[in-house]
Ligand binder design. Sequence first.
Ligand code: ZN
Length: 79
Amino acid sequence: MRIGMAYRYWCGECTSRTPWLSNARAQQAQIDHYAEKHPGIPPGGHVEVHRGDPQGGLGCLVFIGITVALLIVAASCHR
Ligand SMILES: [Zn+2]
């Protein structure tokens, strides 16, 4: 297992974003954020993936413009 992959979900409705977490936990944080702040709106926005050491390597920041909704569907299928 490689350590250091971190995920941060950006809200599509406001400027809020989750802390750097594992994918599942960040995804849940985004869902919780929508449930609390934007009830009735499907989770959207995008996810930012950070490879490597979270303490450094800012050059490794990768933005992926995938909708959170797609990931949630993928995650539920994965179970
Ligand atoms: Zn929001």
